[in-house]
Design a protein around this ligand. Structure first.
Ligand SMILES: Cc1cc2nc3c(=O)[nH]c(=O)nc-3n(C[C@H](O)[C@H](O)[C@H](O)COP(=O)(O)O)c2cc1C
Length: 327
């Protein structure tokens, strides 16, 4: 059996924690077992109590971090001796030497969520995305012509969630709208990551709170305040990501991360619209309209496009590695 030294575990966790997590909650913790096994645990205290009551997104986030760990291990010549055993909110496995580096490893530092306008893709880039999507049975591509309709669904479903005061309060608790927030740059959704200027961030901090949101909604201003339409329509395509019904959410998270890294290697970035999957009526309509196979569940919908040349890429806002290790 191969054992990792504690400093190596620290470096491994920091790299694997670049995987996406819902609201950037970064719920995964890494533990070195006395016998040498590495265990990943989802920290339940970071579950979204309102947005994720069943802990599904928590476990999808754990799965993405698990896949990142497997890929990062491969670059160190290591592999799990047996497939990691995934329990409810935990995954564990022992290591052995002899892995070859997963080709997706180079994409780990280059993947990020892009919430600003996309630049137009060349026809060659668009074709490469089409070609790739056709080879994946858990991806359905909606091309540029279908964007307006998807955007409508997104605006409508988002408004429904924003009208829920508890959902908004929870979202606000993970928003880092000012650099003076002690968690700014560590976790959650910062104003720069959300594509907001300082002024927009200031405004969001007010209008998303009660009683302002309710008042603005009553006079018909809420839809335009939360609208993402202008940015959504700049995407090259929307990728509907769907997985078998009943799949372990951690397995879903592993596949989700691989798809996002594959998209990164094609030169594209993504901006999810989870509300399209989280609202059951919207998800059912999208499944019907876009022919998502029976037996598959819509997991997320990714606006996918090209980051404008010369644009500054978002900072990786992550917890320090020491905070990721648990005894
Ligand atoms: C299960 C899941 C759902 C997500 N849903 C959304 C979403 O609806 N909207 C959004 O802007 N980002 C969404 N994200 C992206 C996260 O907010 C993002 O991964 C996190 O902020 C870390 O930033 P990074 O992706 O740039 O590393 C989701 C991520 C996961 C894992």
């Amino acid at each position: 059996m191969t054992r990792l030294a504690p400093p190596d575990l620290l470096a491994l966790a920091a790299e694997a924690n670049l995987a996406p997590s819902v609201h950037n909650t970064q719920p995964t913790r890494w533990r070195l077992e006395p016998g040498g096994d590495v265990t990943l645990i989802a920290d339940e205290s970071r579950r979204l109590k309102v947005g994720d009551p069943a802990g599904r997104d928590l476990r999808v986030s754990l799965g993405a971090a698990l896949e990142a760990t497997v890929i990062a291990l491969s670059a160190r010549g290591l592999t799990w001796q047996t497939a990691p055993l995934i329990d409810r909110a935990e995954a564990s496995g022992s290591l052995r030497e002899g892995a070859t580096t997963d080709p997706l490893h180079t994409a780990i530092p280059n993947r990020f969520t892009w919430r600003r306008p996309f630049a137009p893709a060349t026809s060659q880039q668009a074709q490469s995305l089409d070609g790739w999507a056709a080879t994946r049975d858990d991806i359905t591509l909606v091309d540029h012509d279908g964007l307006a309709a998807i955007s409508e669904f997104n605006e409508h479903a988002s408004l429904g969630f924003f009208r829920n005061a508890s959902y908004r309060a929870e979202l606000l608790s993970w928003m880092r709208l000012s650099a003076s927030d002690p968690c700014f740059g560590r976790d959650g959704l910062s104003a720069p990551a959300l594509g907001m200027s300082r002024l927009e961030a200031l405004g969001a901090g007010v209008v998303l709170r009660d009683p302002w949101f309710g008042l603005l909604d009553r006079v018909g201003l809420a839809p335009s305040l939360i609208s993402e339409h202008a940015r959504t329509k700049t995407a090259t395509a929307v990728l509907l990501f769907h997985r078998p019904d009943g799949e372990n959410p951690a397995e879903t998270g592993r596949a989700l991360y691989r798809r996002l890294l594959e998209i990164t290697t094609l030169g594209f970035s993504t901006w999810p619209m989870a509300v399209l999957a989280d609202d059951p009526d919207t998800a059912a309509q999208l499944k019907r309209r876009h022919g998502i196979p029976d037996g598959h569940r819509l997991i997320n919908a990714w606006r996918t496009g090209i980051v404008p040349q010369g644009a500054a890429t978002p900072r990786r806002e992550r917890l320090p590695a020491e905070a990721l290790i648990t005894a």
